[in-house]
Every structure is written in C-alpha cells, then in structure tokens.
Design a protein around this ligand. Structure first.
Ligand code: NAD
Length: 552
C-alpha cells in the first residue's frame, strides 16, 4: 500500500507487495519515478530539485511514462528523450527496460539562453542528475559527500572534528538542505542562509535543521555560544547570501569554513538577486530573463567577493558544486577560481579508486529493510572505517524521506558484493521486497564536468565527455535496468555530461547477473578513467583487484 505524504498529499509514497506492472523490474522503476516526486521540492510542476531538475517533460509525458511502465513486457525497452517517452521497442529480456537521453544539446548551441527557449517551446527539459533519472532520495542523497568534505577539512586543519568551529553556508534547497545536518554530524556550529522562509521551515520539519534565527544578530549570537561551548548546532537564517556574507565580513567575523549551495548555476530559475522578493523574481522569469541574469550575476559577484575576503583572512573556503565561481568570473571576479572545488580539494583520492556515492532504495517501503542492509554492510565491511563510521552516524541522525533509502560511499567490488548479498536476502524473503541500486552521476567514470567533477585533472582531460558516454554504452551491454545520459540545462547548459544507472535486485538469478556485470563494470571504468589520467591510486586498484585495463 502506498503511504500518505503529509508534505505533498497528491504524491503518496509507494510501497507494499502488490504489483501494478507486469514484473518487479518495471514496478521498481515506476516506484522510483513516484518517489522522486514524493520527496521533490515542487512536484506539482514535476520539479525535483536544483531549481529546474524535472522528473518528466510535462504531465502528459509523465502519464504516458506511467502507463507504459505498467503495460510493457520485460523484453521491451522504453526510450525517453528529455523527459518524454518516444518509443517502446522490442529488444530482449536482458536489455535495459528504460534508456534515456536528457538535455543533450550540440556544443555550440549548449547555452542557457538556447535551453530556456527550447524549454519554452516544450522541446526539452533538464533532468538535473538524479531527477530525470528517477534516482533522487531527498536531501540524504548528498549528505555523506558533504559530511566527508567537512571531515577532510577537520582532519587537515582542525585536529579531527569541527567542534568549536563556525561553518557559514547558504542554500537549504533539495540538496543544500543536507548541509545543516552534515555540519552538525561533523560537530560544527553551522549557519545556513536561505532567501526562502519555506525552505528553511521544511528542513526544520524533516529534522535536517535545528533552529531558525529571527535575524542576523540572533543567529551570530547562537553560533557564538555554540562555538564557545564546542556544541554542535545548526541555525537557519532567512536572508540573501549576497547581503549576509558581506555583512558578516564587514563586522570582522571570520568563520572557520565557508561555502555555498544556493542554485547559483541558474541565473533565472535558481539564484535570487539581492533586493528582489521571490515574487518579483518569478514575475521576471518569462519576460525579463536578461534583467534577471544581470541582477543575479551582480549579486553573485558580491557573494563571491565576500567568500574570497574570508579566504584571505584564513577561512577554509570551497565551491560546493554549484558553478558560483564560474558565474562570478563571468561577472569580472578574475580571481574567483582561487576558491578550490570540493572534488579536487578533498575527494579525488577516493574517486581515483572509484569510491563514490552509492545508494539503495527499499521498494517495499519498509524501513526495516534498510536497517537490515545497514547490519549487512557492517558485517561485510567491518574494517572499512569510512563505511562503519557513516552507517553508525546515519542510523543515529538521518531521518528517512519517501521510500526508505540509504547512501554510502563504496568502491570497486564493494558495491557488487553488497548488492548481490541483498539480492540473496530478497530471494530468501529476509527482506520485505526488492531493492533498487543506483549511484550518483558524480561518480568516477560517470561524469565530465570541468568546473566541478573533473576540474584540473592530472592530464588536462577535464572537458572530455567520452567517459560518461562509454559508461552508458557499457552499462547497456552489462544488462542494467535503466541507463541515462544527461547534459546540463539552465545555467549548466554546456558545462557537463553524465551517465546514470539503476539496477533492481528482485531476488532472481537474472538480477544477480545484472548486478554483477553492471556494478562491476561501472566502477571498473571509473578506475580506468583515473588511471588513464595518471593517478597512482588507480594503478594500485587495478593491480589489487584485477581490473581489465588495457595499457598503451
Ligand atoms: P534548490 O534549487 O532546491 O535550492 C537552492 C536554494 O537556494 C533555494 O532554497 C533558494 O531559496 C536558495 N537561494 C537562491 N538564491 C539565494 C540567495 N541569493 N541567498 C540565499 N538563498 C538563496 O537547489 P539544490 O538542489 O539544493 O542545489 C543547490 C546547488 O547545488 C545547485 O547548483 C546544484 O546543482 C548544486 N549541487 C551540488 C551537488 C554536489 O555534489 N556538491 C549536489 C547536488 C547539487
């Protein structure tokens, strides 16, 4: 039975043993589509997160996808082009059920303005990373990544944790909403600025944010007290980051860590310029795009200058993957890239071994299935410090949203081992239903994103998009259930290409084969991509795990 969804009553949370589709594979993908809307930011408009990241092109397209998933057979493949189903073709039972190409625009045309025009004509939509691929699991999706970044900073600069440290950030949206909880888990006193009071309230309601301060003075007093007492605390503040960051700097206060996760990548549908209300911004989105883009960029310039100011005074400042430095540089801040990107600064050694955000969703809708898989992880990987620490923290702190799900950073071999064991537990009935596995597009072999994932690769191969394309073809050959190629839309147009994958553990022998091939080959390609760029860790991984790398 689906469960009621108090936040979005029209979008119940799927679950239960009854199938509407002709098999669990089809049913699983249908539930994942329902799930991204049930936990999404604005499901009435099909928007899941990141301002414009949509689950389907429009409501007729959505209805046609649902109908097709219910009626299709296992030996057919559904083709989706930018959120619209365009074909249902006979393939074979080992082929993917769904393949998608979302928002891929030819190079010279891949610009925000062209995207907005194509979107206005109803010809395209942006799938974000996990929205269009039906893989979003709520704010939990990025939380371990954010936590691991904070912990790397803590280890390098602050003796191991962030207690007694002030973290300043902004953005409490679909992904940024993970920041207050990740900061608190790392021990910090974290202040999160958001222009939209509703977003702050939502994060407090679902347990990601503790307090909302009435004004900046009160917020800083709360943070100051927590820092002095070395008490972990998350505080939200409703305001514009382009005003609040410079004001904090003007007062001579220097946070220990500064970042930002507003939707700075999109100057029309994401970032809110200072001095404008949300209603004013909305009214300009159709007819005043040029004015809005100029105003957003001018505000981002001030926002980033304040971040650079904090950096010059000793704060650890980083770009958290929202293109804010790129926007500022376009606005004339020539040294915006003095701020490092989180991937290169903190996580690259993990990516070089294809360790990255891997996630699973309990299609039964039962939280006990996730708890059982947590136990399994601790059993299988007792010596993996990142995993054991994470599962202990996640169990204690992370509220589940929508279909019960978990994310953990796992690498080559680990993902496959976990998924195949889970498939056995589904087969023996120890779990209440099948489990879907996917991973973030921000993964070793899966993404070319030269200002985020692949910035400053050792060999300069930052902008080469062959890797995610190879990954998608490899995953189709490896029997994955859903395979997708995404490129950037809105402000990300022209900035990235990525590949996503989902494989369903339904307890069958065929699922075991799919999980084994798809997950093993996906991370193999990740390690090979970094080896090709010259990372030593990748060569070690290839030798230790016998990955089929061809040396030239
Ligand atoms: P979202 O659109 O759901 O939320 C953005 C939030 O920023 C909103 O709550 C909005 O009110 C707020 N905001 C906009 N302008 C503001 C301003 N001037 N001052 C204060 N608040 C402002 O987006 P999201 O899903 O949370 O993603 C945020 C950004 O992070 C996007 O650019 C996204 O692409 C990026 N992202 C990065 C990673 C990563 O791996 N690090 C992962 C996911 C998303």
């Amino acid at each position: 039975m689906p469960k009621a969804n108090p936040r979005h009553p029209g979008f119940p949370i799927p679950g239960g043993p009854e199938l509407r589709a002709r098999g669990w594979r089809q049913e699983a993908l249908l539930r994942l589509l329902e799930n991204v809307l049930s936990v999404g930011e604005d499901p009435d408009n099909l928007v899941v997160y990141a301002a414009l990241g949509k689950a389907a092109r429009n409501w007729p397209a959505h209805r046609a996808i649902v109908k097709t998933l219910i009626e299709m057979d296992e030996d057919q493949t559904l083709l989706i082009q930018s959120g619209k189903p365009v074909g249902l073709l006979k393939t074979h039972a080992k082929a993917p059920l769904v393949i998608m190409a979302n928002c891929n625009i030819v190079g010279q045309w891949a610009k925000a303005e062209v995207f907005y025009e194509l979107q206005r004509k109803g010809l395209i939509c942006w799938g974000g990373l996990t929205a269009g691929a039906w893989q979003y699991i709520g704010s939990q999706g990025v939380i371990q990544g954010t936590y691991e970044i904070f912990m790397r900073i803590a280890e390098r600069r602050f003796g191991g944790d962030l207690s007694g440290r002030f973290v300043l950030t902004a953005g409490l949206g679909g992904m940024g909403g993970a920041q207050p909880l990740a900061g608190r888990m790392a021990g910090a006193a974290i202040l999160c600025v958001d222009i939209d009071a509703e977003r702050a309230k939502k994060r407090r309601e679902i347990g990601y944010l503790q307090e909302i301060a009435p004004d900046l003075d009160a917020a800083l007093a709360m943070i100051d007290a927590a820092v002095k007492e070395k008490r972990a605390l998350s505080v939200g503040l409703v305001g514009n980051a382009a005003e609040i960051y410079p004001e904090i700097a003007r007062r001579g206060i220097v946070p220990h860590v500064v970042t930002d996760q507003t939707s700075a990548h999109d100057l029309v549908y994401g970032y809110v310029p200072k001095g404008m209300s949300l209603d004013q911004v909305k009214s300009l989105r159709d007819d005043g795009q040029g004015q809005l883009m100029a105003a957003s960029r001018a505000s981002i310039v001030e926002h980033v200058k304040a971040m650079l100011d904090f950096q010059a005074k000793g704060a650890e400042v980083f770009d958290n993957g929202n293109l804010i430095r790129t926007q500022a540089r376009e606005g004339g801040v020539t040294n915006a890239f003095d701020i490092p990107i989180f991937t290169e600064a903190y996580l690259r050694p993990l990516f070089a071994r294809a360790i990255g955000p891997f996630r699973w969703m309990a299609l039964s809708g039962e939280e006990s299935d996730i708890a059982r898989i947590d136990d399994l992880l601790l059993d299988i990987f007792p010596h993996n410090r990142i995993v054991t620490n994470w599962i202990r923290l996640a169990r204690q702190h992370i509220p589940l949203e929508g279909l019960p799900a978990r994310i953990a950073w796992l690498g080559h071999g680990e993902r496959t081992a976990l998924a195949r064991r889970v498939n056995e537990l589904v087969a023996t009935g120890e779990l209440k239903g099948p489990v879907a596995f996917s991973r973030d597009h921000l993964d070793a072999g899966a993404m070319a994103h030269p200002n985020i994932m692949t910035e400053r690769m050792k060999d300069g191969s930052d902008a080469i998009a062959d890797w995610p394309l190879l990954d998608a073809m490899l995953l189709c050959s490896s029997m994955a259930d859903l395979v997708v190629v995404h490129s950037g839309g809105g402000g990300y147009a022209g900035y990235m290409t990525s590949c996503g994958v989902t494989v369903v553990a339904d307890g069958t022998v065929e699922a075991d084969e799919r999980l084994d091939h798809a997950l093993t080959n996906d991370t193999s390609l990740g390690v090979i991509r970094y080896a090709d760029a010259g990372y030593e860790d990748s060569f070690e991984e290839i030798a230790a795990k016998g990955i089929g790398h061809v040396k030239v």
